[in-house]
Design a protein around this ligand. Structure first.
Ligand code: 3ON
Ligand code: FE
Length: 491
C-alpha cells in the first residue's frame, strides 16, 4: 500500500551524508523570477502565497556558524496564480545581519554555539543575542512577520520582502520582549465571539520561568495578554491550543549558565536533558478569569513540535513529536558530521490529559522518524482526522527527512511520498482546495532539496492521495538551505 515515486529499494541507506550535507550551504543571492521549469501542472485553483523562513546563511563571509539554528533568517516567497508561480527571496535586514555583512565577520555569539573569533576570552561575559528572525513567517492582520522565539518579531513588506522594522503591537510588546515563533491560528475563538484569532506565547527562562500568553484579533491587535510563573528553567519551542486551553510541555532540562558566561559554550549548549525527571504538562486557561495554571506530569521526553490538541468531554488530547532525549549540541562537533544512527528518532505520541484525574497516559501513534507536523487550518484545536509530516524514508531508525507521510488517525492508514535517495524534504504545508469540505481535499506543498542538481523544488502533492506522486514539481534555479517554518495565505 505504500508507493514510492522512485520505486526502488535502497541497498542500505536511503541517503548519503554527503548529499544531505550539500543542503546546508549558504544561499547568498537574492532572486526574483517567474518559475519556468515546471514538471506537471500547477492546479489552477491554487491561489495565494507560500512564505517560508529558515537560516539562509550557514557562514558569514566564509566563517562557518556552529549550528543551523544560528543562521540569519531568509524569507522565500512563492506566489501561485493562474497555474503560474513566482519566486523571490530576501534576507531579513536585522541589525545583526547588516552589521556582520558590513564587517565581513562574526560579531555576535549565537544561542547554539556560534562564537566570535578569538576564543573564549573574546566571548566571555558577552551575553547579548542577535535577533536572527529565522524560525517562522506569518501573515496576520495585514502584517508579514518574521519570528524568532527569543526576541520581538520583524515586520516585512509582503510584496517586496523589504524589512520594515521590529513589531511591538502598538506598545503591548516591550523592547527585547520575546514573541515565540509558534503561534496557533484558532479558526474560531470561543471567547472572541467566534472570530478567528491568533494565540502565541513567550518564555522568560530563569530559576523559575514566566510564560506569557498573547491573543490577537483579526486586525492584529493584542487583545489579551496574561503571564504566569512556573517553577524551574524552561526551554519551550512550541505549544498547542484547544478552545479553552493553552498546553505547553516543560521538557525536563537543566541549564548551567557558567560555560556560557565564561565564553566557552553557547546558551543552548548549556542545556542538559534530565532523563530521570518527568516532563511537565502546563495547562493554562485561555480565559484569564478562570483558574490559571495546572501542571501535570508525564514520562521524560523532549518535544519541539506539537501537531494538534483538542478537547473531548473532560479530556484534553495532545499529539506531539517526542524524542527520548534532547539532541544536545556539542561544542566540539560539526553538525554536518552528525551520526544519524547514533540518535533516537522523533516519533508521534498522543497524550491524554484529565485535569482532575491524573495520571496522564500516552500512546505511540507513529513509529517512523518524523518532524514538522501540519494539519488542515480549520481543525486547529479541534478533533481532526488527517496529519501530514516530514518523515524518514525508512520505517525504522533515525534519518534525515526525505518523505512526506500522511496519517489517517481514524482508520490508521498511511500514505507516503518519498524523495529518496537524492531528495530531502522540509516542513509540508496543507492548503485546502477553495470551497472544499473534505478534510484532506487540497494540496500539500513542500520544498524539496534535490542534491543531484543542487537545487530545490517546490513540490505540490494531492493531499487526498500522496501515493499518486507529485501533481507538479517546480524546479527553482538554485537551492534553498533546509528551512524551518512557513505559512500559506490565500490573500
Ligand atoms: O537560556 C535560554 C536558552 C535558549 C535555548 C535563553 C533562550 C531563550 C535565548 C534560548 C533560545 C532558544 C532559541 C532561540 C531557540 C531556537 C530554535 C530554533 C531556531 C529552531 C528549532 C527547531 C527545531 C527542530 C525540531 C528542527 C528540526 C530540523 C530538521 C529536522 C532539519 O531539517
Ligand atoms: Fe519549530
Amino acid at each position: 500500500f505504500q508507493l514510492y515515486e522512485h520505486a526502488s529499494t535502497f541497498p542500505e541507506k536511503s541517503y548519503t551524508r554527503g548529499s544531505w550535507q550539500q543542503g546546508y550551504q549558504s544561499l547568498k543571492q537574492e532572486f526574483d523570477y517567474w518559475i519556468s521549469d515546471v514538471e506537471g501542472q500547477i492546479p489552477p485553483e491554487l491561489h495565494g502565497t507560500l512564505f517560508r523562513n529558515g537560516p539562509g546563511l550557514l557562514d558569514v563571509n566564509g566563517h562557518r556558524i556552529h549550528h543551523p539554528f544560528d543562521g540569519d533568517g531568509m524569507i522565500s516567497r512563492i506566489t501561485f496564480s493562474n497555474s503560474r508561480a513566482h519566486f523571490s527571496n530576501r534576507f531579513i535586514r536585522t541589525i545583526g545581519y547588516l552589521e556582520e555583512q558590513k564587517a565581513g565577520k562574526i560579531l555576535y555569539r549565537g544561542v547554539f554555539g556560534t562564537q566570535k573569533p578569538g576564543g573564549w576570552l573574546a566571548n566571555a561575559f558577552d551575553l547579548k543575542f542577535k535577533n536572527i528572525a529565522n524560525t517562522n513567517v506569518i501573515y496576520w492582520g495585514d502584517k508579514l512577520l518574521a519570528l524568532w522565539e527569543a526576541a520581538e518579531p520583524h515586520r516585512l513588506d509582503p510584496y517586496t520582502l523589504e524589512t520594515l522594522g521590529k513589531e511591538y503591537f502598538k506598545g503591548v510588546l516591550s523592547e527585547g520582549e520575546a514573541f515565540a515563533a509558534h503561534p496557533r491560528f484558532d479558526p474560531s475563538g470561543s471567547i472572541n465571539g467566534g472570530e478567528p484569532c491568533l494565540v502565541n506565547f513567550s518564555i522568560k527562562p530563569g530559576l523559575s520561568s514566566t510564560i506569557t500568553i498573547f491573543e490577537l484579533d483579526l486586525t492584529g491587535a493584542i487583545v489579551r495578554k496574561q503571564a504566569h510563573s512556573v517553577p524551574g528553567f524552561t526551554f519551550i519551542h512550541d505549544f498547542a491550543i484547544t478552545p479553552n486551553y493553552c498546553i505547553l510541555f516543560q521538557n525536563p532540562v537543566a541549564f548551567n549558565p557558567i560555560p556560557f558566561v565564561a565564553g566557552m559554550r553557547g546558551a543552548g549548549e548549556c542545556i542538559k536533558f534530565q532523563p530521570n525527571q518527568k516532563t511537565r504538562i502546563v495547562v493554562i486557561n485561555r480565559n484569564p478569569d478562570k483558574k490559571g495554571v495546572q501542571i501535570l506530569e508525564t514520562h521524560s521526553g523532549f518535544v519541539f513540535h506539537h501537531a494538534n490538541a483538542f478537547e473531548v468531554d473532560d479530556e484534553i488530547v495532545i499529539d506531539s513529536i517526542c524524542y527520548e532525549s534532547f539532541p544536545e549540541v556539542k561544542p566540539e562537533s560539526d553538525f554536518r558530521e552528525v551520526d544519524f544512527d547514533a540518535l533516537k528518532p522523533g516519533q508521534l505520541w498522543r497524550f491524554h490529559v484529565k485535569l482532575n484525574e491524573p495520571p496522564v497516559w500516552r500512546e505511540l501513534l507513529e513509529n517512523r522518524c518524523c518532524e514538522f507536523p501540519c494539519i488542515h487550518p480549520s481543525k486547529v484545536g479541534r478533533p481532526y482526522r488527517y496529519l501530514y509530516m516530514g518523515a524518514a524514508h525508512a520505517e525504522t531508525g533515525n534519518a534525515p527527512l526525505q518523505a512526506f507521510l500522511k496519517v489517517d488517525l481514524e482508520l490508521q492508514e498511511r500514505q507516503f511520498w518519498s524523495a529518496a535517495p537524492h531528495g530531502f524534504v522540509s516542513e509540508p504545508i496543507f492548503v485546502p482546495r477553495p470551497g472544499s469540505e473534505k478534510e484532506d481535499d487540497g494540496w500539500l506543498l513542500g520544498l524539496v532539496y534535490d542534491s543531484t542538481h543542487h537545487r530545490s523544488d517546490v513540490v505540490i502533492l494531492d493531499a487526498n492521495n500522496l501515493n499518486l506522486g507529485a501533481v507538479a514539481r517546480l524546479h527553482l534555479k538554485h537551492h534553498i538551505p533546509y528551512g524551518l517554518h512557513g505559512n500559506f495565505t490565500s490573500e
